[in-house]
Design a protein around this ligand. Structure first.
Ligand code: UN1
Length: 491
């Protein structure tokens, strides 16, 4: 596995940095638990240098016309197409997700590049009727500055692309602090980006050095960057705890933040739901990426009238899930990222049992793949009611199930009764219920779906959520506005 990963890094053009003792992080694969490489953490001197260079890059890049900036992102999309298979495999190895998901993640990068290329010709501002005679008012959008992207291990490359593709066409430079659990895929993506820059130069365009830079390190490296007054925008994906620290540090210095934090996502199964559709969608949303997406389905709110028809069938499907090496064809569930994730899952299951829940599954399996590799049987937990343990996000494949027996409003209240507000779904064939769920008094989440699971959001829509999910929006629709500064002009 180690050699496979190193070969992929080489193939992708990574010049592997050599670590200095005492200030290093280890890149591992959760598939076997093996260490792949030891990488140097950025020192405070490195951070200073990288920020200075990023600011210089911004000053040059901001004056390049936006559609010409778009050409670089178009080339990035082409390079990603060429590297899709290798990068997708490396994502699988470093994050432990099944190969189809690794490849899918790179496809999302390609898709957002395509989106951003079009956007580079559509950074529209309004013209506004002035109340004064012979005056004209308008809004113009300008580049903002170096954009810091903090990404999580579970989508180690796609989230960078959602931010970077937009930031680059908007005229910003980017700095990337990847998760310390997924540094190799970041270095590989940077190598792909460097090839796009080379081709852009070969086409005769001028592009500054250091337009994109990766900064490897742990939380303290992220904190130093977040506190830096030369960085006007921080886009952070990760836990609510991390997001609160980032949000506070940004607020202190009036920097902007785009926060995409956890989710404790629910699906409501109404009496009229098509159960075959529910089974497939629920399973995919609850066990995909081994329950380690922020859009993972964690709570199922099932009407009493269909509970006995659905839950035993779900348990049967769970019993047949293929759990194992995510690179093997046919595997549906790969490993958890590390031991801490496994321990958190076991703690959550114990708490659910103590709260009167009946736990099906959840045990460790496939121990032969590595003593430090953590594969689990995804768990279904039947809860007597939505107790406190269900209201916390545990980043693991645990699907809590509760009954409701009243009207749709009761189910919506359960959906909304948690601190997070990322994704939500209703399965129903009743138009009135659907409209209630989607309406002003309905789901309070940033994503509200009908007859489709909570995960698998497309890049074309704005992605993010409310409450402790952080309120940020990334990716499609008009999310680009957060990456630019708006000037109102009266002439
Ligand atoms: C995340 O888990 O951080 O909706 C993002 C999805 C993905 C995004 C997940 N497109 O599953």
């Amino acid at each position: 596995m180690k050699q496979n990963a190193l070969d992929l890094c080489k193939q992708l053009g990574v010049a592997m940095p050599t670590a200095v003792a005492g200030n290093a992080i280890t890149a591992r694969t959760p598939i076997t638990g093996d260490v792949i490489a030891t990488l140097p953490c950025a020192s405070s001197g490195d951070i200073e240098r990288v920020v200075v260079r990023s600011r210089e890059a911004f000053l040059a890049w901001r004056t390049v016309p936006a559609p010409v900036r778009g050409e670089l992102v178009r080339l990035l999309g082409e390079e990603l197409r060429t590297s899709k298979h290798a990068l997708g495999q490396l994502v699988s190895i470093e994050a432990g997700k099944v190969l189809q998901e690794g490849l899918g993640e790179v496809q999302e990068m390609i898709d957002i590049c395509d989106f951003a290329v079009g956007l580079s010709r559509q950074l529209y501002g309004l013209t506004i009727a002035s109340e004064r005679a012979e005056h004209r008012m308008m809004e113009t959008w300008h580049p903002l500055g170096p954009t810091l992207i903090i990404s999580a291990f579970n989508f180690p490359v796609a989230v960078w692309a959602w931010n970077a593709a937009l930031a680059l066409v908007c005229g910003n430079s980017t700095l990337w602090k990847p998760s310390d659990k997924a540094p190799l895929t970041a270095l590989a993506t940077q190598a792909v980006f460097d090839r796009a820059v080379q081709r852009y130069r070969d086409e005769g365009h001028i592009v500054p050095d250091n337009l994109s830079a990766v900064v490897i390190g742990r939380a303290e490296v992220g904190a130093a960057l977040v506190a830096d007054a030369r960085i006007p925008l921080v886009s952070a994906t990760g836990s609510t705890r991390m997001g609160r620290a980032v949000g506070e540090a940004c607020a202190k210095r009036f920097a902007r933040s785009i926060l995409e934090l956890g989710g404790n996502n629910a699906a409501i199964i109404a009496p009229s739901a098509t159960l075959e559709m529910v089974e497939r969608a629920v399973t995919f949303a609850a066990v995909g990426t081994a329950g380690q997406r922020c859009t993972t389905l964690r709570r199922l709110v099932v009407h009493a009238g269909v509970y006995d028809a659905l839950v035993p069938r779900l348990r049967k499907i769970y019993g047949k899930l293929r759990i194992g090496n995510p690179l093997d064809e046919g595997t549906l569930v790969g490993p958890l990222i590390d031991r801490a994730a496994f321990d958190a899952m076991q703690t959550a299951l114990a708490a659910a049992r103590a709260a009167g829940g009946t736990v099906h599954g959840g045990d460790r399996v496939q121990q032969a793949l590595g003593t430090d590799a953590y594969y689990v049987q995804p768990a279904i937990v039947e809860m007597p009611s939505q107790t406190d343990v269900m209201c916390h996000e545990t980043f693991a494949p645990i699907l809590h199930v509760v009954k409701y027996d009243g009207e749709i409003e009761q189910a919506v209240a359960l959906n909304n009764a948690v601190a997070h507000g990322l994704s939500s779904s209703i399965f129903t064939n009743d138009l009135r219920e659907m409209e209630r769920f989607l309406g002003a008094a309905g789901s309070d989440c940033g994503i509200a779906n009908v007859n489709i699971g909570t995960s698998g959001a497309e890049i074309g829509g704005a992605f993010g959520g409310e409450k402790e999910t952080g309120g940020g929006r990334e990716s499609g629709s008009d999310s680009w506005r957060a990456y630019m500064r708006r000037a109102t002009n009266t002439i």
